[in-house]
Design a protein around this ligand. Structure first.
Ligand code: GDP
Length: 365
């Protein structure tokens, strides 16, 4: 399953946020494939389209799609040199598909800041520097090896060295590897280095509990927004403390509390949606009377691969898929309506599944 890792300096609110995530918890019976690990929280992805499909089909059961957040605590200054449990944490980051970087934007004298004062940009740079140093080590090692291989006469290593030298140069300038333009071929070359700074990042700006409705006016949030804009990263303002409280509520109580706070939806929902997007994921739906359900695929997945997310038998025995775009189905009002309008398509093995496709698979057992 795809994962987003939560990182940040100590005392910025990571555990508080992670607790809100596990508290809000997905119904694990629906997601048997998810990891059972205290550092992993499974979240359901809020999706208005799923609600609309449920109204339309009136199924017995509705199941959202889910992904995982991993709590990666313990990243401190010097981690790349092995400070704290440095290298171990960096290894955990290597395994995630995207990074949620929690940044302290709340002021509270009772909560110690590791550097003595709240300064989100300096915090971000501290963490980024550790990731950059770790990447530099990987890149330099690889360059050395590839140079030897060039001497051995293999030409493809010359290109590898050329790309890696560019990555190294960027890292030396304190720029993350994701800031470099890479062609598909070049991407393939660097892929197995699992560079930390190549992973997409979003900043969760943790504001005080009395600032949720006015987070955008918080000067620290503004600083983070400016910084993130320069590196094309997203920012989600959130109050971890408030989210922990929201996560304990359900139904009407929750709605009322959100209204009191002046929020349309919880910060956690916004964070989940932003992380899902950051991971580059698409959702497709199955819509039967038994169950209406959302499924996650990576952009660029073909129909058999999408079927395989439901069950490997569906992929192996794949024949065809009946497909209707979500918007078409909604406008037609029913499957039959969509069919009459000629919007229900039969697609084969090469079909690239689109975000929002409503699918029914035909397969051999
Ligand atoms: P971590 O070290 O990054 O995991 O940080 P924690 O989640 O343990 O939070 C450190 C301290 O900051 C705890 O005492 C939290 O209660 C407090 N904290 C977290 N978020 C907020 C917030 O929005 N406002 C205030 N006042 N305190 C917070």
């Amino acid at each position: 399953a795809l994962k987003a890792g939560i990182v940040g300096l100590p005392n910025v609110g990571k555990s508080t946020l992670f607790n809100a995530i596990t508290q809000a918890g997905a119904e694990s019976a629906n997601y048997p494939f998810c990891t059972i690990d205290p550092n992993v929280g499974v979240v359901e992805v809020p999706d208005e389209r799923l609600d609309k499909l449920t109204e339309l089909v009136q199924p017995n059961k509705t199941v959202p799609t889910a992904f995982e957040f991993v709590d990666i605590a313990g990243l401190v200054r010097g981690a790349s040199k092995g400070e704290g449990l440095g290298n171990k944490f960096l290894a955990h980051i290597r395994e995630v598909d995207a990074i949620v970087h929690v940044v302290r934007c709340f002021v509270d004298e009772n909560v110690t800041h590791v550097d003595g004062k709240v300064n989100p940009i300096s915090d971000i740079q501290t963490i980024n520097l550790e990731l950059i140093l770790a990447d530099l080590e990987s890149v330099e090692k690889r360059i050395e090896r590839s140079r030897k291989n060039i001497k051995g006469g293999d030409k493809k290593y010359a290109q590898e060295v050329e790309v890696l030298e560019r990555v190294k140069e960027a890292l030396y300038q304190d720029q993350p590897a994701r800031s470099i333009e890479l062609s598909d071929d070049e991407r393939l070359i660097v892929r197995d280095l699992h560079l930390l700074t190549l992973k997409p990042v979003l900043y969760a700006a943790n504001v005080g509990e009395d600032e949720v409705a006015t987070a955008e006016e918080n000067p620290y949030v503004k600083q983070v927004r400016e910084f993130a804009a320069a590196e094309n990263a997203e920012v989600v303002p959130i109050s971890a403390k408030v989210e922990a409280e929201i996560a304990e509520l359900e139904g009407e109580d929750k709605e009322m509390f959100l209204e009191e706070l002046g929020l349309q939806e919880s910060g956690l929902n916004r964070l989940i949606k932003a992380a899902y997007k950051l991971l580059g994921l698409y959702t497709y739906f199955t819509a039967g009377v038994q169950e209406v359900r959302a499924w996650t695929i990576r952009k660029g997945t073909k129909a058999p691969g999408a079927a395989g997310v439901i069950h490997s038998d569906f992929e192996r025995g794949f024949i065809r898929a009946e497909v209707v775009a979500y918007a078409d189905l909604l406008a037609a009002g029913s499957m039959n309506g969509a069919k009459e309008r000629g919007q229900l398509r039969l697609e084969g093995k090469e079909y690239l599944v689109q975000d929002g496709d409503v699918m029914h698979f035909r397969f051999n057992v």
